[in-house]
Design a binder for this molecule. Structure first.
Ligand code: T4K
Length: 403
């Protein structure tokens, strides 16, 4: 462990970890079972286009979430794009800026303007009153995001969408297996989308899905993800290629077999972080509500620069040098990335809470590849950095001056 600031890797010390520790290391279920499934795919010679594993995967997801339809896709972004198109969103759609860029891009890709809305205090989630104020005659829909797997205010958004006759889609990329007031996320709004990207706790290498209880919407989305084909030689709709392949579905089924284990590990890791970060001034863990069955896949801390005299970005720099690849999800916010920052250069002025959150959050490594020992070392490192913040800042300034 570090005992003096010259031990820090940014000042020439040996990095804390000899190999990099990542935020998004994939979870792997039972390797043997997965390999057996792969052998069956090879024996079947059925690799894509609604194969048996994809069908089984869709049925298991729909059953688990208690929704009528699950349409598996090649990734969460395509799931968003297809759902947006199938819902006939156009003009303007209200969406948070505090999300992964895919949420906004899926709209802009179809020349729909994302209108970024406020978040409430530092809740990281929407302020329903503000959503209502942003509705214009061009607004056709709202996309709510269950950031970090914490459900957004679904009741308020449902009420607003109903009152203003708007489409309502939820980006549930982070929220697989989580609940909202006793019901699994997945069946709310017109539809919800899921991501099973490698970095998600439940992965299919790359993958995603649209889940919905709307029969007509599901039928349309199924056509759209397969070029609009309805049987051989008959295209009835404009479509694209959004299909999930069999290997991804086999990985998904294997991940589902271990779902409880993955959530258990995430929960225990989260508790360990909570314990070990306790009492470090200026560092606060974003908590989950256990009543909503969180999947605990993100460990997010907020750093309050006013209390620690070291910026979040400096901390990231120091930790990266130690081979701890913490992330600043989702800095600097969609509104501050292209093309949105050129389209709406002053959007940040309207999103003060979003900007504050984005300047403070830090995502820490978790998942099955991260053990208690790693967590303890990471937390000790954070404690060391913050206890020595003043000295570190002075030395960094000296070194900068010398160079
Ligand atoms: N909506 C929301 C709210 C989302 O968060 C996302 C995706 C989407 C929609 C879209 O869903 P997809 O189309 O992706 O299915 C990652 C993921 O690529 C992205 O899926 C995810 N959200 C986002 C939160 O994180 P990056 O740019 O951070 O990825 P990258 O390559 O920097 O990887 C993160 C860390 O994980 C690195 O330290 C490396 C490590 N890693 C990554 C991969 C892929 C591994 O150790 N092994 C791996 O296989 O976006």
């Amino acid at each position: 462990m570090k005992t003096k600031i010259s031990d820090l890797a940014i000042f020439g010390g040996r990095p804390l970890f000899t190999s990099t520790v990542h935020v998004g290391r994939p979870n792997i279920g039972d390797r043997q079972v997965f390999l057996e499934r792969i052998n069956r795919i090879l024996d079947n010679r059925w690799f894509s286009n609604n194969g048996p594993f994809v069908q089984e995967f869709e049925n298991r997801i729909a059953g688990f979430l208690g929704v009528k339809h699950c349409i598996a896709m090649c990734n969460g972004t395509i799931a968003l794009e297809i759902a947006i198109r199938a819902l006939e969103m156009k003009g303007e759609v209200i969406v948070p800026s505090l999300t992964f860029i895919a949420t906004a891009h899926a709209l802009q890709w179809q020349e729909i303007t994302p209108v970024f809305f406020y978040i409430e205090g530092d809740s990281h989630n929407i302020d329903p009153d503000m959503v209502e104020k942003m509705i214009t005659p061009r607004t056709t829909g709202i996309i709510g995001v269950h950031l970090w797997g914490r459900p957004c205010d679904i009741d308020s958004l449902t009420r607003i969408a109903r009152n203003h006759n708007l489409r309502l889609l939820f980006d549930a990329a982070h929220a697989f297996a989580c609940s909202y007031n006793g019901r699994k996320i997945g069946g709310f709004g017109d539809a919800e989308i899921l991501s099973f990207h490698a970095t998600k706790f439940m992965n299919t290498f790359e993958g995603g899905a649209v889940v919905t209880n709307n029969d007509e919407l599901a039928r349309k989305i199924r056509l759209m993800k397969n070029f609009g084909f309805s049987g051989y030689d008959n295209v009835v709709y404009i479509g694209t290629n959004g299909k999930m392949n069999e290997i991804s579905a086999a990985m998904g089924l294997t991940s589902l077999d271990s779902l409880d284990d993955f959530i258990g590990v995430n929960r225990r890791n989260h508790e360990r972080y909570e314990e070990r970060l306790e009492g470090i001034p200026g560092v606060e863990l974003v908590r989950y509500n256990n009543d909503q069955n969180p999947n605990y896949q993100y460990v997010i801390v907020k750093v309050d620069e006013r209390k620690v005299s070291l910026s979040r970005d400096r901390i990231v720099e120091i930790m990266h040098a130690e081979n701890v690849l913490v992330r600043r999800y989702f800095y600097p916010g969609c509104h501050a990335m292209e093309p949105y920052r050129s389209y709406f250069p002053h959007a940040g002025l309207l999103l003060p809470n979003t900007e504050t959150v984005l300047s403070r959050v830090l995502s820490l490594p978790t998942g099955t590849s991260v053990g208690y020992e790693d967590i303890d070392r990471i937390c000790d490192l954070i404690r060391f950095i913050l206890n020595n913040a003043q000295k570190i800042v002075s030395r960094m300034a000296d070194e900068q001056h010398r160079n």
